[in-house]
Design a protein around this ligand. Structure first.
Ligand code: BG6
Length: 481
């Protein structure tokens, strides 16, 4: 199946931090793939901007190197690469000084979309926004893209929002949460709102509980400094897991429109109950002789969590009584992100006690092997009477949609949405602030109690206590396998 590609308008996209890790791993490869797919029109330009003084040739070599590592061998083709390079320019710029701004201003064109990607540390957001205005480079319809972490707590997030708002209207600001750009996350909305099947059951009357798991096998890698100041709560829960929870719990918006969507997500965040200390388990990987968190971050006294499991309640009419269990962690047994919706038992079994009923579960697999599976009860084949068995109605998107289907990386979709001027999959300032307002007291409580995370073995499914979080409610986590 060939995907439908609608070209975007012509643009000048300036990537600040163009020689950084995110640009190398995601932004440049993403743009290259969109270009290969024919979505980027003739004449569009990508202008790399960073501190290092380098010539066009050096920047081309950098981009080539990045693509050789992060696109497939089939995509890495010399002729096509050369044509892509024609779109690139580079400007050495000092975010907080004067160097480079006149050159950048001279490059920008008036008749195309102007977008500025701030792939830089949050401390630089303010100076960049200010200089774009000072030098008359940002226009009233320019767009800026900012990356997480969007603040460290409510106070810092508000400060960032104010800094950006001093120069840009909210309609120009695209705050990235790359989970929203994942194909299956968008599919969650399609499943809920493009089918009649699920929505009537989508509430506390029929849903026993919801599990959201984002398990990673990687450790903190080279990001120890950042991660040790953040932990899983700030790095993953405040944004990615919270967004997933919102998409599951939100009311249907009247249109698939940026503000209609974001209004509904905001209502979910505001309906979250404060979390009781007993409903949170923090973990930190530690092993004798093997990978251990404190060694990786170089802080033997670190109390930062690399794992978190929590029980969350959405206090509204639809969800009262249905817990949402969230967990995420690094160096776990396997890499899997999934959402499992576990339905309640039928009110009465006509098959008698002997035939044990297993819950219907709808699993939405975000990665890897994107797909959905619905566990239903059927009759076990054979003459042995009415014996029941639970089986999966399983659908892998790659299989269901045919061989040619490619699941694009989240960044590809998101960058194209910026050019299209569609903010649906980006976080609004009030959403980000509401998420911090919910997270801050939880973290403050750990700090007050000097809470120490429970150790867990790398390659396991997290600390034992996390299992207890569900066991004590008579439930079990789905296996991380
Ligand atoms: C990032 C976090 O936002 O998401 C990382 O900062 C994490 O710590 C990553 O590894 C996970 O993203 P993905 O797309 O690999 O699930």
């Amino acid at each position: 199946m060939v995907s439908r590609v609608i070209p975007v308008d012509c643009f000048d996209l300036v990537v600040f931090g163009a020689t950084g890790d995110l640009a190398r791993r995601k932004i440049l490869p993403g743009l290259y793939r969109r270009w290969l797919d024919g979505q980027i029109p003739e004449g569009a330009r990508i202008i790399g901007a960073a501190r290092s003084a380098m010539g066009a040739d050096e920047f081309h070599a950098f981009v080539r190197e990045a693509l050789s590592e992060f696109v497939t061998a089939a995509e890495f083709d010399d002729a096509r690469l050369a044509a892509f390079m024609d779109m690139l320019a580079y400007v050495a710029i000092d975010a907080a000084g004067d160097t480079g701004w006149t050159v950048l201003g001279g490059l920008m064109r008036d008749d195309v979309v102007r977008a500025f990607y701030f792939s830089v540390a949050p401390a630089v957001f303010g100076p960049l926004a200010e200089r774009l205005h000072l030098h008359g480079i940002a226009t009233a319809d320019s767009r800026i893209v900012v990356e997480k972490p969007f603040g460290h707590d409510l106070t810092s997030a508000r400060k960032l929002n104010r800094m950006l708002a001093a120069h840009f209207d909210e309609s120009q600001i695209y705050r990235i949460d790359h989970y929203l750009g994942k194909e299956t996350v968008q599919n969650l909305m399609a499943v809920r709102f493009a089918n009649i099947l699920f929505e009537p059951l989508w509430n506390a009357q029929f849903i026993d509980h919801v599990e959201i798991t984002v398990a990673e096998t990687v450790g903190v890698g080279g990001r120890g400094g950042y991660y040790d100041r953040s932990g899983a709560m700030r790095d993953m829960v405040q944004n990615h897991l919270m967004q997933l929870l919102c998409l599951i719990a939100m009311e249907p918006p009247n249109r698939f429109d940026p503000d209609a969507m974001r209004d509904e997500k905001l209502k979910v965040i505001r309906a979250l109950d404060p979390v009781a200390p007993a409903d949170v388990v923090r973990g930190q990987y530690a092993s004798n002789g093997g990978a251990s968190y404190v060694d990786e971050v170089g802080n033997p006294d670190s109390r930062t969590e690399s794992f978190i499991a929590m029980k969350v309640h959405v206090s509204n009419w639809r969800w009262k009584g249905t817990p949402f269990y969230l967990r995420t962690g690094k160096r776990l047994r396997t890499r899997v992100s999934e959402i499992a919706i576990a339905f309640k038992e039928p009110p009465h079994s006509i098959f008698g006690e002997a035939e044990r009923w297993k819950e219907n579960v709808l699993v939405i697999r975000l990665q890897p092997d994107e797909g959905m599976d619905l566990r239903v009860m059927i009759k076990e084949p054979g003459p042995g009477g009415m014996r029941l068995k639970d089986v999966a109605l399983d659908m892998s998107f790659a299989e269901a949609l045919g061989d040619g289907v490619q699941i694009p990386d989240a960044y590809e979709r998101l960058i194209m949405d910026v050019i299209r001027g569609n903010q649906t999959l980006f976080m609004r300032s009030d959403e980000v602030e509401a998420a911090w307002a919910w997270v801050d007291p939880i973290i403050a409580d750990w700090e007050k109690r000097a809470d120490v995370p429970r150790p867990y073995d790398p390659g396991s499914s997290g600390p034992e206590d996390a299992l207890m979080l569900m066991h004590r409610d008579g439930r079990r986590w789905r296996e991380v396998k």
